[in-house]
Design a protein around this ligand. Structure first.
Ligand SMILES: [Zn+2]
Length: 185
């Protein structure tokens, strides 16, 4: 059976009415989370398919229904986003959140963060266990116990250091694909 990976397109489909973030720079340049997510996820899918994987690019239904589909196949599930709300001087640049207890989620998150870090000036892994305040931001992540599941927030729309990367989101797709391949070995 071919190996599979499930890439969820954040804020598409019936995603609890939560629209993607948009940031307009002082010079009027517009960074749109949904467009950037689609661009990097599509590129990652191309690279992964070229490596022989079956990729589900999922933008239909709720986050939970997508994660259930991934769990059905035992596929690693990556919920793709771009962050907003960056603060000057904040050391955390890229973030990868993993569901508690989901099989291999911490290892998948670590691989993604390690590949992402050089591109965006650092990346951190967050455990969405109940005592982590960030759990509330990603309560859509479940512990299915069937497959690793993470939320991927590779950059900030409102961090000026990230604008060059966001103009060429294929770079994010390349590190995402490399992280997935490293995880799958
Ligand atoms: Zn988002």
């Amino acid at each position: 059976m071919p190996r599979r990976v499930h890439l969820c397109l954040g804020h598409t489909g019936a995603t609890q009415g939560r629209p993607g973030a948009v940031h307009v720079t002082p010079k009027g340049e517009r960074f749109d989370e949904v467009k950037i997510v689609r661009a990097y996820a599509v590129h990652a899918a191309e690279l992964l398919e070229a490596s022989g994987l079956v990729v589900e690019l999922d933008g239909a239904g709720s986050y939970r229904s997508r994660q259930r589909r991934a769990a059905h196949y035992g596929s690693p599930y990556i919920d793709c986003h771009v962050n907003a709300g960056w603060r000057e001087g904040w050391a955390v640049r890229g973030s990868v959140f993993h569901a508690p207890h989901a099989l291999g989620g911490a290892r998948l998150a670590t691989q993604l963060a390690e590949h992402l870090a050089p591109l965006v000036g650092g990346a951190k892994v967050w455990d969405t266990s109940p005592d982590d305040w960030r759990r509330h931001a990603h309560s859509n992540l479940m512990s299915t116990g069937r497959a690793p599941a993470v939320v991927f927030e590779p950059a900030f729309l409102d961090c000026p250091d990230h604008w060059p990367v966001l103009r060429e989101p294929e770079q994010i797709g390349a590190v995402l694909a490399a992280g997935v391949l490293a995880f799958l070995g």
